[in-house]
Write a protein of this length. Structure first.
Length: 85
């Protein structure tokens, strides 16, 4: 049997202005939101070279991280969830 995707992850969420600067202003599922965040991180080379778990904040990510200059990759979805409706 094929696994069904969880409907809660597929439900579109509306990003606020801080998150919309990175992922766009249209509603999108949480899975796509996370993919777009990682695409931004990889495009800008924000992942720490030695400790790959750490993400350095640029001018767009700093407000998302609550003003912190870096965050753990496992905290990424926690910070993003504070900026969706």
């Amino acid at each position: 049997m094929a696994r069904k995707p969880n409907a809660a992850f597929m439900k579109p969420v509306q990003p606020d202005a801080i998150l919309a600067a990175i992922v766009g202003s249209k509603p999108l599922p949480r899975t796509e939101l996370t993919k777009k965040l990682w695409a931004h991180i990889k495009k800008k080379g924000l992942q720490d070279k030695k400790n790959r778990r750490m993400i350095h904040a640029d001018e767009l990510l700093k407000p998302l991280f609550g003003g912190k200059s870096s965050a753990n990759m496992f905290e990424l979805t926690k910070y993003a969830s504070k900026h969706v409706k």
